[in-house]
Design a protein around this ligand. Structure first.
Ligand code: SF4
Length: 432
């Protein structure tokens, strides 16, 4: 090395990776001999929510199944009417008949105390209740309703999420806090008082639930807002003031790329700081769009950050003036879809395959280098290059593909690689 390069070398590697995970209690969400762990060092859990009418059990069970197959590890359903509450046990049974192993979470507002007490089969069939303390009436009635819901949770040994939302923040608490704020020598901005009120509402209701008799390891908290900086500030504050596991999500994130970008920006900062035990991406679906998109985005956030692995990742270059066609985009897209579609089968058959990296690159500039770094990669020919596509496996150049069947041949090479590398892992672990 040259002298100036040697003098620039670091004493030790620059640190990377997320911060130390926040220590929390651990909540068990269980059903029929299965359980999902939230907090206490468990992997960050992906969850989602249906948008079907829960009073229609078939439609709801089908959507829960689709969300679970996409990778949702908990699915929340709306329980808003007696008809919806009556159908919850049928939805659970239908899922069990279909072999869909996912816990159902009931989302309650306004009348949850009545529904949970009047429909005990519903209360039993659900694995967790989401309670919004801002939507439970006012004054003494509010406390009575809250007590009723917590007593049901105690009776059936169910965990709850106390989910505060700035769109339905407890008005009485907010009014009291604004009065207190006006007495400060230098009053805070209303937005800061609102953030403080969210945190206080969540923690004080959790403490009240414990007073009523719900163990502390049956409580998850969330404080959802719809602006990125508010969410980050609220969760930093909340995480410092309690040790309940936290559910993260930017509420009303919006549609398409706006919703994805805003959710990713907010959640990435918090996850990097070790905050967050379960996440949901609240995307507004496009008309006729796939509800499972929110699950895939949640998985991609966690996998991109190196926190969990769900499905093999495809690294693809963006393309530029060196690419002569859209072929490499089409190949990247078809390989990504193929890998995701295989996962329901591969997950069990090829343990570890979810950590595989595949590169699909558009030309010789970065193609061979990036392909070598991947487990398996292909460098397609750019404009003016020889029409051939070298394939790299575990960093070594193996074959060169040519002609009209490059896509099919590359997919076959990927399949063969998966069988050889991860099939062996499965076999050896079975033989242990
Ligand atoms: S790898 Fe080639 S085609 Fe892809 S972005 Fe880089 S220079 Fe452009």
């Amino acid at each position: 090395m040259q002298t100036d390069e040697t003098s620039l070398m670091s004493e030790q590697p620059y640190p990377m990776g997320p911060g130390v995970r926040r220590a929390t209690r651990q909540v068990r969400v269980s059903w029929l001999g299965h359980e999902v762990l939230v907090g206490g060092g468990a992997p960050v859990v992906v969850q989602s929510m249906t948008n079907t009418d829960t009073a229609n059990p078939i439609e709801t069970a089908i959507q829960v199944k689709a969300l679970a197959q996409a990778g949702s590890e908990m699915v929340r359903i709306t329980v808003n009417t007696p008809d919806a509450a009556k159908e919850v046990p049928a939805i659970r049974e239908q899922l069990d008949r279909m072999g869909v192993n996912v816990p159902l979470v009931g989302d309650f507002h306004y009348n949850g105390h009545k529904l949970l007490t009047q429909y005990p089969e519903c209360a039993q069939a659900l694995s967790k209740y989401r309670i919004n303390p801002g939507n439970m009436g006012g004054g003494k009635k509010r406390d009575d309703n809250f007590v009723q819901m917590i007593e049901v949770a105690c009776k059936y040994d169910k965990p709850v999420r106390i989910g505060v939302n700035w769109g339905s923040l407890d008005h009485e608490l907010m009014a009291r806090m604004m009065d207190e704020n006006n007495r400060r020598a230098t009053p805070w901005e209303a937005q800061a008082v609102m953030r403080d009120a969210l945190v206080i509402s969540a923690i004080s209701n959790a403490r009240r639930a414990e007073e009523i008799g719900l163990p502390g390891n049956r409580i998850i908290l969330s404080c959802k807002v719809s602006h990125v900086q508010d969410l980050i500030a609220v969760y930093r504050d909340l995480s410092a003031r309690c040790d309940y596991p936290l559910h993260l999500g930017l509420t009303e994130a919006g549609m398409g790329s706006k919703g994805i970008v805003a959710s990713t920006a907010a959640l990435s900062v918090l996850l990097q700081e070790g905050i967050g035990d379960t996440i949901r991406i609240s995307l507004t679906p496009e008309p006729g769009g796939d509800r499972a998109r929110e699950v895939i985005v949640a998985q991609e956030i966690l996998q991109s950050m190196g926190l969990r692995a769900f499905t093999p990742m495809v690294v693809a270059c963006p393309g530029c003036g060196r690419t002569s066609s859209t072929f490499f985009q089409e190949l990247a897209d078809s390989i990504q879809s193929y890998l995701r579609n295989q996962m329901p089968i591969w997950r069990a058959r090829y343990p570890g395959v979810e950590t595989m990296n595949v590169a699909v690159m558009g030309c010789v500039v970065n193609g061979p280098g990036e392909s070598r770094h991947a487990d398996i990669g292909i460098s397609l020919p750019g404009t003016g290059e020889v029409p051939s596509a070298p394939v790299f496996v575990d960093g070594e150049r193996t074959v060169t593909l040519k002609g009209d069947t490059i896509a099919e041949e590359f997919q076959a090479i990927v399949e063969d690689y998966v069988e050889r590398r991860y099939g062996l892992a499965a076999t050896s672990s079975e033989n242990k």
